[in-house]
Write a protein that binds this ligand. Sequence first.
Ligand SMILES: [Fe+2]
Length: 217
Amino acid sequence: MDERMLAEIRQFVKSTTEKAATEDWTKAVSTRGPPIYNYRYDHVKEVVKVAAALTEGTAAEPATVEAAAWLHDAAKPGIGGVKKHAEASAELAFTILSEMEVDSEQVERICDVVRRHAGLTLDKKLEPIEAQIVWEADKLVKLGMTGFIHYILNTVVITPGKTLRSLSEDMATFLPLAERIAASMVTERAKKMAASRLDTLRHIAEALNTEIGGAGV
Ligand SMILES: [Fe+2]
């Protein structure tokens, strides 16, 4: 079989699978019921869990950390695209907590933590410790297997049409940033978790790169 025939076959497979994939995803999106994937809720739940683990054994106030972790992305319920989301989330958190008649000093503490959680890297430690912990939890879940799975699921929406090869290239691009994120951790537990999750990402990147090592089509 010559090159021209193989190219024709490849084009047949590409066009028929593209049509089927579009139909599959359209059907999945239009089906009534829960969303295909609720990234933000999944993310926030993980942040709450990790923040609670980071709080143990520190002077941080657990209730402030928990409430701030739940509300830290309040103004960003979707995947992203919200400017100054930490500031906006703090304002929304203030409204929500005030309506619930939470003690005003507690509201201030929670909103301050929410306001400070922005940015992927830090130049210096955040104060108070509750702010550092929520910041660390929010960034830790961007690393490791959790971060990898979230990236794959979100990229389907943000940049459709990815292939294994382009995902592998994205991983290689992300690793230096992941290292800077990990280097911004301050609490001992977060440092350990970041190192472990960074290791996981490196292994995934290496394995994926090895598996797709052949000539791409
Ligand atoms: Fe977040």
